[in-house]
Design a protein around this ligand. Structure first.
Ligand code: CMC
Length: 423
């Protein structure tokens, strides 16, 4: 299969490659060499940056699969640790392998005592994403970047990240750190480190444990999104695993990406505080008033529905029922979703609720503060980032990521000597 390019009267055959789900791409690797041209695709909406066998998304049909398994089935039958293993190592673990992996994930939850001192230097209002990015990069100064330590470093980051995150929260509320307990599951261990205090144990309600497990799984990978592409970008220079993850955390922080879950709750709260007139808010969005967007809506890839949002909406109803609580923000979110889905503005642009629309409402019900929401996203996305980093390290065709540009600045001009160097 080839595609033809006609340029300045000359024909060029460009190979077309096909993926295992019949997705096709024009291979332009030799385009510049053969024609002198580059392609122009700001935001990379039409550019495949790699071949990958980790996650498949069909945005038109609302399909998401990890390693070939539909997200709905994975979410129903797996725990997060199994999903971590499967994403990173390619296949579901045998039972003995899974038990060993889970054991390792609990044995490595402690952080070096010296790292606790780092927390002391942050002001009380420091955003936990800033702390997370710094702490994860700092792990590289404690654990060497040797090939034979890679599997161990993977376990270390997966295990320690929740301790780092819980400590960041404890720092923000001025409470003593709670150390991990190795008999607990990943979500229960994390929630206990968040909410227990030394004088008082905290038994994690099963409904919270299950909800957290679901949220982590739904966030675990999403192919070449902004933070994962950052992970690959940084990893392409040969940077170590911890440094690459730290960069991915920073990319995730933005409100158009993982920061949207915090922005959704702030938006809902603001509408509610101003009397709950969501129709007026939607009018502002449609008019594009000062760049107002409906946070938690829209996606680069999903143009029908986001399967993760669908699962979370159902989960939100279930969790609220089980807890017997009634959050006015959940009701407001549902009304906004219904109204937006019948508005031409949203229908025409194929804007649907994404994973961030309902996740924050569930975190809120579990008592997780708004500023920690994006940290929760990061904890869930870790196995995806690691899987992509590993895939890239092993890919013989991978090169340093170095896009081109179309220069639009001044043409050559003379830099006159105005004597400024001597000032
Ligand atoms: N509210 C209002 N209008 C929107 C929205 C929104 N949430 N999202 C897109 N649009 C409009 C946009 O103004 C544009 O309209 P027009 O064609 O008239 O200029 C059109 O839809 C296409 O938008 P775009 O910005 O070109 O789309 P994109 O693919 O570059 O951006 C997005 C995708 C997710 C950044 C965007 O939809 C957005 O900003 N959503 C709100 C933030 C959000 O919820 N982010 C979480 C994404 S899912 C979790 C994750 O993976 O991070």
């Amino acid at each position: 299969m080839t595609a033809k390019l006609v340029y300045e009267g000359k024909e060029y055959d460009l190979p077309v490659i096909e993926g295992s789900e019949q997705e096709r791409a024009i291979d332009i690797r030799n385009l510049r060499r053969d024609t002198g041209l580059i392609t122009y695709d700001p935001g990379y909406g039409n550019s495949g940056s790699c071949e990958s066998s980790i996650t498949f998304i069909d945005g038109e049909k609302g399909i998401l699969r990890y390693r070939g398994y539909p997200i709905e089935e994975v979410a129903e039958h797996a725990r997060f640790t199994e999903v971590c293993y499967m994403l990173i190592y390619g296949e579901r673990p045998e039972l003995a392998e899974l038990q060993r992996f889970r054991q390792l994930m609990t044995m490595h939850t402690l952080i070096h005592e010296d790292m606790k001192k780092f927390y002391e230097g942050y002001p009380p209002g420091a955003h936990p994403m800033a702390i997370m990015a710094a702490m994860v990069a700092s792990l590289s100064s404690f654990y060497p970047d040797h090939d034979d330590e890679l599997d161990l470093n993977i376990v270390r980051i997966l295990a320690k990240s929740k301790t780092l995150a819980a400590f960041a929260y404890k720092k923000s509320v001025g409470q003593p750190f709670i150390y991990p307990r190795n008999d607990l599951s990943w979500p229960a261990n994390f929630m206990r480190m968040m909410f227990a205090v030394p004088a008082d144990e905290y038994d994690v309600p099963k409904v919270y444990e299950d909800a957290m497990n679901l949220l982590l799984i739904l966030h675990a990978d999403h192919e070449q999104n902004c933070s994962t592409s950052t992970m690959r970008m940084v990893g392409s220079s040969g940077a170590n695993l911890f440094a690459s993850i730290s960069a991915a955390i920073c990319a995730l922080w933005g409100p158009l990406h993982g920061g949207a879950n915090q922005a959704v709750i702030e938006m809902l709260q603001q509408i509610s505080d101003q009397g709950g007139d969501y129709r007026d808010f939607l009018d502002k969005v449609k008019r594009g008033d000062a760049g107002v967007r409906l946070m938690g809506f829209g996606h680069r890839v999903y143009k029908n529905f986001d399967p993760r949002a669908k699962l979370l909406k159902t989960a939100a109803d279930r969790i609220f029922d089980q807890l017997g609580i009634n959050d006015p923000l959940l009701e407001l979110a549902k009304k906004i979703e219904e109204a937006a889905l019948s508005e031409e503005y949203f229908v025409q642009r194929k804007l649907y609720p994404n994973v961030d629309f309902y996740s924050g409402i569930i975190y809120r019900a579990m008592g997780i503060p708004t500023e920690m929401f994006t940290v929760m996203f990061a904890l869930g996305r870790l196995p995806g980032w690691i899987a992509h980093w590993m895939e890239q390290q092993r890919d013989k065709t991978s090169r340093i990521h170095r896009p081109r540009q179309v220069y639009t600045g001044s043409q050559k001009r003379v830099f006159e000597d105005r004597g400024t160097k001597k000032l």
